[in-house]
Design a protein around this ligand. Structure first.
Ligand code: SF4
Length: 366
């Protein structure tokens, strides 16, 4: 059986950032203890399954806030309940300045192999406008501490098209990432979500216009590649061999089990999720069924986010048929418009196509 991925959603943050709509909140240590106990019980409900797994991802929220001891106990429950590969990729998301200097030593001792840090920007004014409380120096120190603890694989999150960002400040943030020795960069375009503080005061934000957003994305891709980070997904760039194995499972439509409020799963052909409700999760409410998953449309939609694109061999292996002729037909005008590449091996989006990926993928598949 192909090993699955395990996702653990930790819904705690020191404070809420004004643009964020992830399920997270500040929490007292007692609540963090209750959560730890609750998620361990959920994980252990799979203890008779002996399912093989080869990636574990603590996402959030700010999982680092739980501290190495709680995270280590959760990871032990994963090891007891699943057949975790000896070379499993185990990622913990955290923020610069979160926890004390010993955090990374504790995480390394627990078996964590990868850290994902929410840098967002190396520019002090941009960080302030994003409501972030760390500095670039905190981030550099966090990467250094992770490396010193023996965790070589460190990813940094960057945001593109944030208030006040310029070509020059973006280039400086990217240069900063390279300078820290990070092995992976996730560079996301800021999306204004309704219901967030940014959503409520969108008109007052100094946001770049559409053309500027395109230019900033192009700069991010070009600069990251120039500094040795190869793009492998719309928003993800890595040094050779340092792609996120866990996230590749999502994009390749492979199976994963999610635990924690707001965590989603795709397992045995079905999608299901825990609602965004810590109380319900701790009460033991079951996950909500979200229907069948993994059909051709979904597979293709996810594959087209990757630079490798929708591959003929992957399609044949999974569905026993080639890429449907109507999809190839629809790709012809999109290729002429510079949005995708069509070869006998498959269909993939160009950088211009990535910028309007929803429209291009919709035009190919709907
Ligand atoms: S630290 Fe991350 S998850 Fe937490 S509120 Fe800020 S952006 Fe959201």
């Amino acid at each position: 059986m192909t090993p699955i991925g395990i996702y653990l959603h930790v819904p705690f943050c020191a404070a809420k950032c004004p643009y964020c709509d992830f399920y997270s909140m500040p929490a007292a240590p007692e609540v963090q203890d209750q959560y730890t106990k609750g998620i361990i019980q959920r994980i252990e409900s799979y203890s008779d399954s002996h399912l093989p797994a080869d990636t574990v991802y603590f996402g959030g929220g700010t999982p680092g806030l739980l501290g190495a001891e709680r995270l280590g106990r959760i990871l032990s429950a994963v090891r007891r309940s699943f057949d975790l590969a000896p070379d499993a990729e185990v990622t913990v998301e955290t923020n610069p300045g979160c926890g004390d200097d010993a955090l990374f030593d504790g995480l390394a001792a627990a078996g964590v192999t990868r850290i994902s840090l929410g840098l967002q920007s190396a520019n002090a004014d941009e960080l302030r406008l994003l409501g972030r409380r760390h500095t670039a120096k905190d981030a550099a120190r966090a990467v250094e501490l992770a490396h010193r603890a023996g965790i070589e694989n460190v990813s940094l999150d960057l945001m593109i098209a944030t208030p006040g960002q310029t070509q020059e400040s973006l280039r400086q943030s990217i240069a900063f990432c390279a300078h820290t020795g990070a092995s992976h960069v996730s560079a996301y375009l800021l999306k204004i979500e309704p219901g967030t503080d940014y959503g409520r005061r969108q008109d007052t934000l100094d946001l770049p216009g559409e053309d500027e957003v395109c230019d900033l994305y192009e700069t991010a891709c070009t600069e990251l590649e120039r500094l040795g980070y190869a793009q492998y997904e719309i928003s993800n760039f890595s040094r050779p061999g340092r792609e996120s194995r866990h996230n590749l499972k999502y994009w390749r439509c492979e199976e994963y089990l999610g635990f924690g409020p707001a965590a989603h799963s795709f397992f045995e052909g079905r999608r299901f999720f825990f609602p965004r409700d810590l109380g319900a999760f701790l009460r033991g409410d079951p996950p909500v069924d979200d229907g069948e998953g993994g059909d051709f449309e979904e597979f293709a939609m996810l594959a087209l986010r990757l630079c490798e694109g929708l591959r003929e061999d992957a399609c044949r292996e999974r569905f026993g048929h080639p890429i449907p002729a109507q999809v190839r037909r629809k790709a012809v005008p999109l290729e002429r418009a510079g949005c995708c590449r069509v070869t006998p091996e498959g269909i993939s989006l160009t950088r211009a196509g990535f910028l309007v990926s929803n429209a291009v993928i919709g035009a190919l598949l709907l």
